[in-house]
Design a protein around this ligand. Structure first.
Ligand code: DGL
Length: 267
């Protein structure tokens, strides 16, 4: 079925995968949905998150007529991919921390995992580490505060460099660490600041390329997906978000239609 590639995240983090998708699938139409009313996801309870993520994605897939859903959120993917695939009839491509490519790159075998507290602690993440980086020491750093800093930056405000440095500090304790996995899609948006605050050259690994490759292979044979250009949905649309999204080519922001059931977050 023709339709856009719908990118989903809690907030603006999913915008970090748009460049890789556009580079690999230049003729495809992208659409965007975010659940910014409930930001951040990384500190909410798993049960509530599953219902909320499914409700948000089902509503946005219906509104957009998407041909494929990209869950551009590690926190959501490491928790709810099975439920999303059970509820949706279109292919669902998830985002999980890039442990495998990081393990291929690391010479010292000491790797940092920078992600939300939810992702850092998930069984899914533990399995990725056991499967692909069993011979590495993984320094897990929960950096929920950086989600807000990335949101601030994209809203045109200066992120707090002190907060950024404090969040990264645990990574630098082991001088052998040579590679950092950006296990939250918000973090590549801060890439220049992260690089600037690192005490030495580091391999920063994100999931953008891998997602784009996966989407291209899922769509193989069905041609480029098309739909109306520039559409986006949010649970809390507003002028600041609209301006940010327009900067990434999403010029028509609408309110997402959601039931009342998941409107009260549980932590
Ligand atoms: N961008 C999301 C991720 O990749 C997390 C943001 C949040 O905690 O809401 O994990």
């Amino acid at each position: 079925m023709p339709g856009p590639i719908l990118i989903f995240d809690s907030g603006v983090g999913g915008l970090s995968v748009t460049a890789a998708l556009r580079a690999r699938l230049p003729a495809a139409t992208l659409a965007y949905v975010c659940d910014n009313a409930m930001l951040p996801y990384g500190t909410k309870s798993d049960d509530w998150l599953v219902s909320r993520i499914v409700e948000t994605c089902v509503s946005a897939v219906g509104a957009s007529g998407a041909a494929v859903l990209v869950v551009a959120c590690n926190t959501a993917s490491t928790l709810a991919l099975r439920e999303l695939r059970a509820r949706l009839e279109i292919p669902v491509v998830g985002t999980v921390p890039a442990i495998k490519p990081a393990a291929q790159l690391s010479v010292s075998r000491v790797i940092g995992l920078l992600a939300t507290s939810a992702t850092v602690n998930r069984a899914y993440t533990q399995t990725l580490i056991a499967d692909f980086a069993a011979d590495c020491r993984i320094v897990r750093v929960a950096a929920d505060g950086l989600v807000g800093e990335a949101e601030r930056q994209l809203a045109g405000l200066a992120p707090d460099d002190g907060a950024l440095e404090a969040a990264l500090a645990p990574l630098w304790i082991d001088a052998a660490l040579d590679t950092v996995v950006l296990g939250c899609t918000h973090f590549p948006l801060l890439r220049r600041r992260l690089e600037a605050s690192a005490p030495r050259a580091i391999n920063w690994v994100d999931s953008g390329e891998a997602i784009a490759r996966r989407v291209a292979s899922v769509l193989d044979g069905s041609g480029y997906v098309r739909g109306r250009e520039g559409r986006a949905w949010a649970s809390a649309p507003g002028p600041v978000l609209a301006a940010t999204l327009a900067g990434y080519g999403f010029t028509a922001l609408e309110a997402l239609s959601l039931s009342d059931e998941t409107h009260i977050p549980s932590r």
